[in-house]
Design a binder for this molecule. Structure first.
Ligand code: PXP
Length: 247
């Protein structure tokens, strides 16, 4: 019987809307509190180098005002590592970050960046953060995560979701197979498996049904769907679909 699947709600795009007018509304911390009431198990926020959505002050406020574990998404830069050591979030998820990209387009090259990542991962782990690496479901990357001592990986579901959007059933099946194999490798390596990126009501169930997956991190779709269903309604529906797939 697989364990309970946790839902981490990414609140970045509440901050995107706030920043469009430069003021304080809508407040991402208020969204985090609504997410908690709707059944979220954690809050995810990505502090980007260019501060395009989440700002430094949001991180401190989430830590003080929201009684849920924070998954702090970040590039492995000295500035972000210092912020983890200062704020002590529950988890630190290392993602690749390019200034010009619209969103996190692919997984971190944990294998290629092994030497650069070793010290930051050790420092953040020593400070009490559960370090996770946002990587592709690829054996080489998973083995690198293991040798780097990361207790958690988050497997990138973006290519699967894009194949679904394109209506390419063969590619959807291929990508699901790749993600399932990735989850099995996690289990064999003793690494906790999370997944996320691009998930929606239509794509979540096959992912939630993978028994080794312990957590999904979902943002853009839920914040967009809040326009139609409300944030509370969208999160509750996502939770229902996840639970249905898991049962
Ligand atoms: N997980 C990680 C590591 C991410 O970088 C993102 C996007 O910020 C997400 C999950 C959430 O993706 P989405 O907003 O497409 O649901």
């Amino acid at each position: 019987m697989p364990g309970k699947l946790r839902l981490g709600v990414n609140i970045d795009h509440v901050a995107t809307v706030r920043n469009a007018r430069g003021g304080t509304h809508p407040d991402p911390i208020r969204a985090a509190l609504v997410a908690k009431a709707a059944g979220a198990d954690g809050i995810t926020a990505h502090l980007r180098e260019d501060r395009r959505h989440i700002r430094d002050g949001d991180i401190g406020r989430i830590m003080r005002e929201v009684d849920l574990p924070l998954n702090f998404e970040m590039a492995a830069t000295d500035e972000m590592i210092a912020l983890v050591l200062e704020n002590k979030p529950h988890a630190a998820c290392l993602v690749p970050e390019k200034r010009e990209e619209v969103t996190t387009e692919g997984g971190l090259d944990a294998a290629g960046l092994h030497n650069q990542l070793k010290t930051p991962i050790a420092e953040m782990s020593d400070a009490g953060a559960r370090v996770s690496l946002f990587i592709e479901a690829d054996e080489r990357q998973l083995e690198a995560a293991k040798s780097l001592g990361a207790p958690v990986v988050e497997l990138h579901t973006g290519t699967y979701c894009e194949a679904h959007e394109a209506g390419d059933a063969d590619e959807v099946a291929k990508q699901l197979d790749r993600l399932r194999k990735g989850a099995e490798i996690c289990e064999s390596l003793g690494i906790e498996c999370h997944m996320g990126h691009g998930l929606s009501f239509e794509t979540v169930k096959p992912i939630a049904a993978i028994p080794q997956v312990m957590e999904l991190n979902i943002g853009h779709f839920l914040i967009g769907e809040a326009i139609f269903l409300g944030l509370d309604g969208g999160i509750r529906e996502m939770r229902r679909l996840m639970d249905e797939a898991r049962a």
